[in-house]
Design a protein around this ligand. Structure first.
Ligand SMILES: CC(C)(COP(=O)(O)OP(=O)(O)OC[C@H]1O[C@@H](n2cnc3c(N)ncnc32)[C@H](O)[C@@H]1OP(=O)(O)O)[C@@H](O)C(=O)NCCC(=O)NCCS
Length: 209
């Protein structure tokens, strides 16, 4: 297998990352996808917290996000609002939480550990900066196929209990995330029927200062 590297994002990756979005998220509305200008902005804003997966010079994965003081008492939000249309303008270098804006691996390169390595890179920067953890809206792309038979809450409960497998949520649970709730109308995604889960990874090394 060719060498796969995880590196921090650079402006030269921006055009390829725009193409990667469509390959990775075929069921998302166009308006939910980020473009090369957004990715160049990530490089200016928080380069040490935004990661690409590369094989030779080909971009095959992305783990992007920003720091913010996420308010768990007012947790309902939608994707476009929190990412400010892709500009990550809520980024606050002093923020307690890493908000995961996007994690994606090209379909040809899945199930080889790339997504896990992107999460490991995010966890690494969260530990290095001593932040509380990672929070994100996690898609549930398996839900639409079950939506006539059960509610989103029942679906998520069955995935958490291991009775159903969801390609995205099961992966995130396996990487140490827990579900803190459901997000209604989070994103225009036919596969998730616009639902998402509020998922959280707690940094076990976090020390209050
Ligand atoms: C979710 C996603 C990022 C995972 O990426 P990935 O590179 O396939 O992730 P990994 O290879 O690290 O892990 C996926 C599974 O393959 C397994 N795996 C890893 N290496 C493997 C190998 N060499 N052989 C077989 N299985 C392997 C992992 O254990 C994991 O299984 P699990 O979920 O049962 O624990 C990817 O499927 C994706 O881009 N999905 C579409 C976009 C998306 O939904 N993103 C999340 C938005 S919230």
């Amino acid at each position: 297998m060719r060498d796969i590297r995880i590196e921090t994002i650079e402006p030269r990756h921006a055009t390829a990352l725009e193409q990667l979005q469509r390959a990775c998220f075929p069921t998302l509305a166009d308006s939910e996808l980020m473009n090369a200008r957004h990715f160049r902005n990530h490089c200016r804003l928080f380069p040490e917290g935004n990661f690409v997966a590369l094989t030779e010079e080909r971009v095959i994965g992305l783990g992007s996000g920003f720091l913010t003081d996420f308010d768990f008492d007012d947790a309902q939000h939608n994707f476009q609002e929190i990412i400010d249309g892709g500009w990550y303008s809520q980024h606050d270098p002093a923020g307690d939480w890493y908000y995961g804006g996007d994690i994606s691996v090209h379909p040809d390169w899945r199930r080889r550990g790339v997504g896990s390595r992107l999460y490991a890179a995010r966890k690494g920067i969260v530990r290095q900066l001593n932040r509380r953890g990672i929070v994100a809206g996690g898609l549930i792309p398996g839900f639409a196929a079950h939506k006539q038979a059960m509610t989103p809450q029942d679906y998520v409960d069955k995935v958490v209990q291991g009775q159903l497998r969801d390609n995205t949520l099961s992966f995130q649970l396996g990487r140490g995330f827990v579900v803190r709730g459901l997000l209604r109308d989070y994103i225009e995604d036919e596969a998730s029927d616009n639902w998402a889960t509020l998922i959280v990874w707690h940094n076990p090394d976090y020390r209050a200062v």
